[in-house]
Write a new protein. Structure first.
Length: 212
């Protein structure tokens, strides 16, 4: 089972729904250690993406969809999330450019490029209590699943499971990047909102792969 533009569109549509559904949760998480706007920003950004999704032609590639997401998020999402997620989707689109159907290797490239884009833009690494703490385990799990011969769905499910565990694991960390870093040890006990939104996006990717 290879995943094409129908899956890419379904993933982004589901992501918009998920960001709307979890808007208050993300606001509350961000209010604990940031400025409280992450949920609002993510919801607004993905609603803007959703408005443009219907205009993407049926003959487009998954990379074309991700490039549109990137440019839209960069232009509509405030705070750090817009540039970070925008760069992630842009790098992911480049990694799968020209591919009409994504096999396991392409999915690993997509996830790895997205993570590397976030690292490049945010200058964060694992353990800094950022979205990287969700993305790096996801990339590692996807790579291991692919190496073990897993199919597309299993690769995405492994990535989503690892991202969720990674987001949860940010709770005991002291933040070393972003606004949360100003809190020092007071950030301990709070989950990073960017890691949580990342886990939500990756779960949406897996859930939609099971339906197409």
């Amino acid at each position: 089972m290879n995943l094409g533009v129908a899956w890419a569109k379904a993933w982004i549509t589901s992501s918009a729904d998920v960001m709307s559904e979890h808007r208050i949760e993300l606001i509350d998480l961000d209010r604990n250690i940031g400025d409280g706007d992450h949920g609002e920003n993510m919801d607004r950004g993905f609603q803007a993406v959703l408005a443009k999704l219907e205009a993407v032609p049926a003959e487009a590639s998954p990379g074309d969809v991700l490039k549109m997401v990137a440019t839209t998020l960069i232009s509509t999402v405030g705070g750090a999330a817009g540039p970070l997620y925008g760069t992630a989707f842009l790098k992911a689109s480049i990694a799968i450019a020209g591919a009409t159907d994504l096999d396991g290797a392409a999915l690993v490239r997509l996830l790895t490029a997205a993570r590397d884009g976030i690292v490049l833009r945010g200058k964060a690494e694992s353990g800094d209590k950022t979205m990287v703490d969700a993305w790096t385990p996801a990339v590692d799990a996807a790579g291991a699943a692919h190496a073990a011969g897993a199919d597309d769905l299993a690769i995405l499910q492994a990535a989503a499971d690892a991202a969720e565990a990674g987001a949860l694991a940010t709770e005991p960390l002291v933040a070393r990047k972003g606004r949360a870093s100003y809190l020092g040890e007071r950030a301990i006990g709070h989950r990073d909102p960017g890691a949580q939104s990342s886990a939500l996006l990756l779960r949406a990717a897996a859930d939609t792969a099971a339906l197409v």
